[in-house]
Design a protein. Structure first.
Lengths: 529, 339
């Protein structure tokens, strides 16, 4: 590398020079803009991780009501805290595989009913206690017993028996499940000493950082855990998680260098923000999706022709364009996209068609009374605008859609899963089985489309214990088609995770599992200047 | 008993009654909101089983009247209880939040109140001439812009544009620019914690102080101006003028003391606003004050915390108004010595 350029690029990372100026100077030295940008990225990534420094991360999704109890975590800040101080048995790796944490390896019986996790030896909790299979056992018990208030209660329901045997934790299932290890990657299931039965909020885990200051809704600071077992994580000395719920405050903090990372960059400003010096906007395709859901057992949505009419009436491209500003992809009325393993890309994409919508609407014999769609700002970002776009394109097909705007407050208890037609979102799950079992199985607690189809349930169970991947894939494809053509789900778009990252953050990788590298950026990234 | 003491005692008793009434109103308000605490805590993805478990644990299955009186009993013994949502001691979490709120309000008031009164006096002195018009125009403009907008504008110019401007001053050496960057730093995030020194704390809240000052300035300035102009019409001012006193002296010794009551009233009103009404500013600058704390707990239906915050806000409001009343009595000889 040219010395002059090298000097200039370090000046950029120190904030003494803007990126635009740098590219200008580089051009004067005969380097193209693309090469200059690559050079900058290189300087930030340097060679391998750099140790030390304090990483500051500004996040939306923290409230003064938050606690450190893993069972209660639901929003980004508590989840990020859990990721810092705790580790579950496994993480879902960015490539869709497994990243072993508290467990060192896992083995399944041939029918996928019995799973044996080998607990990693020589790992210490922050309080000095050595990690044992009993701790892991107690943790899973706490999240699955009868008085559990855990957010993980739903995914623990298929477990028949749990036991510890020496270094092994053995999970027995009623019905075989080839994806069980992915369920154990759930962020609620942080291994705690004695399962956190004594003090669930103590924030004692086996994670790379120990909790220092805990001010819910304001900030949480962490120090490096000197006894952490894995040298490939935990590069910075200290991490500060700042709660910045206001979108403008968040972007301003990143721009002015007060934080290194932010989540949920507003798509409306993402393009502009990316032009700022010293930072870049990272958009990662994930599994989360924005939806309009109909109860298939409630009139008029019990009529599949009407459901199809609405599915054809929605203009998906326009939604991705105007609501997500291009930070997303079109959906196909099934909750699965290419980010899932075993996705079948031969299923045809449903296109916006006024004619087909009108045709199905005529066939449905709907009496022409207004069809009420409930929405709220909090349903998903841009939900009110999206509903208005939907109304317009439905109007063009002669479908009388009427929007009823609901307050954000109480939306999830009074409207979602209660009213027959409303806007909502899903965060996606690591594997297809989990997504379908969470919301499309007849008996699922969160079956928000009231989708009850015996043949579908049977296929789901068959796929679950099927270890032949080709067969599994074809069963999932059939299920996807059924939901797409008969289900109560209108899924116009999958949203990307849009994060802001300062140039002096090294180690950033795309992780489709959740925002900010599956909330692990503060554990996996390092600071170069 | 001295009539003033009697009056103050009466006011105090009335204030307590008002606070009690406010607590009932807040409780009733939180009870009629849709949704419940368990659903709000566990979120969209909660299972019915988990909801039922949590509701039972929180005692939400008891009737509201029972819950209200249980809470009231605790408060009378000085126990604000624990938050339903995270089980923390309310008095403890609240005291640091209240401290922050008062800290911000104090520094904003220290700057805004003298400035507003001084500007009001200047406006009177140069009535209808350019200083008066400039002061009125500027303060009325800043009060008319929504406070979050002023906040965003200050962040944009001072936190983001200023460092870039300094960076682009290429004729300065790196050292000078580095020094300027470090010292002319307006933090867009108003961090506040115990490990900071007083100077660091004040630096950290420079922008919120500026916004609040701009927001409350006009009201107090205009009232000062109006009250003094009103007094200036009186015969005794004309006498003073005829005696040959200077304008500033007349305002200071003759007009101002007689205009104190309305000014104090409006100052107290604005102080109350600085304490109870700045949640928007707290959000914009991520400042850990009471407002954000209250809003978070309202959205989770955490009634004990909402009650406690409401009680404190009501007390501040009623208390400051009480002070305003008493000050206007003390500065007014006719009220001080009633026949």
């Amino acid at each position: 590398m040219n010395d002059e350029l090298k000097h200039l690029s370090t000046r950029v990372t120190k904030g003494l020079m803007t990126r635009r100026d740098f590219i200008g100077r580089a051009a004067a030295l005969g380097v193209t803009a693309a090469a200059a940008n690559a050079l900058l990225a290189q300087t930030a990534q340097a060679e391998g991780p750099v140790k030390g420094g304090t990483l500051r991360i500004g996040l939306a999704g923290g409230e003064s009501t938050n606690t450190q109890d893993p069972a209660a975590a639901a929003s980004s800040v508590p989840v990020t805290n859990l990721r810092l101080w705790g580790e579950p048995l496994v993480n879902t790796a960015p490539d869709g595989g497994l990243d072993f944490r508290a467990a060192e390896s896992v083995e399944a019986s041939a029918d996928a009913k019995t799973w044996t996790f080998k607990i990693r030896p020589g790992v210490e909790f922050h309080n000095g206690k050595t990690l044992t299979a009993e701790d892991a056992l107690a943790t899973l018990q706490r999240h699955s017993n009868e008085d559990s208030q855990s957010g993980a209660l739903g995914i623990m329901q298929g477990i028949e028996d749990l036991r510890a045997d020496g270094d092994n934790l053995i999970v027995e299932l009623g019905v075989g499940n080839a994806d069980l290890p992915y369920l154990m990657a759930d962020y609620h299931l942080m291994i705690q000493p004695n399962g956190g039965m004594d003090d669930p909020t103590a924030a004692i885990g086996i994670g790379a950082y120990t909790l220092d200051v805990d001010e819910p809704g304001v900030r949480h600071t962490f120090k490096k855990n000197p006894n952490y077992w894995d040298d490939t994580r935990g590069h910075v000395d200290a991490v500060e998680v700042l709660v910045l719920n206001d979108a403008t405050a968040r972007t301003a903090a990143l721009q002015s260098g007060q934080v290194h990372l932010i989540n949920r960059v507003d798509p409306k400003v993402a393009g502009l923000l990316d032009r700022a010096p010293n930072l870049s906007v990272k958009s990662v395709a994930g599994r989360g999706h924005y939806v309009f859901i109909m109860h298939v057992d409630t009139a008029p949505f019990d009529n599949n022709e009407l459901r199809l009419a609405l599915k054809y009436a929605i203009n998906r491209e326009e939604m991705v364009d105007k609501i997500l500003r291009g930070y997303g992809t079109v959906g196909n009325d099934m909750p699965i996209n290419a980010a899932y393993p075993l996705f079948d890309d031969s299923i045809p994409q449903r296109e916006h068609s006024i004619e087909k919508a009108a045709e199905h609407y005529a066939k449905s014999g709907h009496d022409g009374s207004p069809i009420i769609l409930r929405t709220a700002d909090g349903a998903f970002p841009g939900a009110v605008d999206a509903a208005a776009l939907f109304q317009q394109s439905a109007q063009a097909a002669g479908i009388p859609l009427e929007i009823k705007r609901e307050p954000n407050d109480g939306y999830w208890s009074e409207v979602w899963n209660v009213q027959p037609f409303c806007a909502s979102y899903w965060g996606g799950r690591p594997v297809q089985d989990q997504m379908y079992s969470t919301a499309y199985l007849s008996t699922a607690d969160w079956n928000d489309t009231r989708w009850k189809n015996e043949a579908f349930d049977a296929k789901l169970l068959a796929a679950r214990s099927e270890l032949d991947e080709a067969k599994r894939k074809s069963i999932y494809a059939e299920m996807g088609r059924t939901i797409r053509d008969e289900g109560g789900l209108i899924l116009p778009m999958f949203n990307d995770f849009v994060d802001g990252v300062a140039n002096n953050v090294g180690g950033w990788i795309e992780d489709p599992n959740d925002q900010v590298m599956n909330n692990l950026a503060s554990v996996k990234c390092w600071l170069t200047a | 008993m001295h009539p003033i003491l009697l009056l103050v005692a009466q006011r105090l008793a009335l204030g307590l009654l008002l606070i009690f009434a406010a607590s009932i109103l807040i409780f009733a308000g939180t009870s009629i909101l849709p949704g419940d605490v368990a659903q709000s805590i566990l979120g969209q993805s909660a299972t019915p089983q988990a909801l039922a478990n949590l509701r039972a644990e929180l005692g939400m299955d008891q009737p509201p009247v029972t819950r209200y009186f249980n809470w009231l009993g605790g408060v009378l013994q000085g126990d604000l209880g624990t938050a339903l949502t995270n089980g923390r001691d309310i008095a403890e979490s609240l005291s640091s939040r209240l401290g922050n709120t008062l800290f911000l309000a104090f520094w904003a008031a220290i700057i805004a109140v003298p400035l507003a009164i001084a500007l009001g006096l200047i406006a009177v002195r140069y009535k209808d001439r350019w200083p008066d018009k400039v002061i009125s125009a500027v303060t009325l403009t800043t009060i008319s812009i929504p406070e979050f907008m002023i906040g965003y504008l200050l962040i944009f110019f001072l936190s983001i544009q200023l460092p870039q401007l300094i960076m682009s001053l290429e004729f300065l050496s790196d050292g000078v620019r580095g020094w300027l960057l470090a010292n002319l730093r307006f933090s867009s995030v108003a961090m506040m914690n115990d490990s900071m020194s007083l100077v660091e704390k004040i630096k950290s809240i420079t922008l919120p102080i500026m916004v609040l000052t701009l927001v409350v300035l006009a009201h107090m300035m205009r009232m000062t101006r109006a009250a003094i102009l009103n007094v200036m019409q009186s015969a005794y001012i004309e006498t003073a003028e005829l005696k040959g006193l200077g304008m500033l002296r007349i305002i200071r010794t003759h007009a101002f003391p007689n205009a104190i009551a309305p000014i104090v009233n409006v100052v107290m009103l604005n102080l109350a606003y600085l304490v109870v009404g700045v949640v928007v500013i707290e959000v914009v600058f991520a400042y850990p004050g009471m407002g954000q704390y209250l809003v978070d707990h309202v959205s989770k239906r955490d009634v004990p915390v909402v009650q406690a915050c409401g009680l404190i806000f009501a007390t501040v409001y009623i208390g400051l108004n009480l002070v305003a009343d008493i000050v206007s009595i003390l500065t007014n000889p006719r009220l001080r010595h009633p026949k």
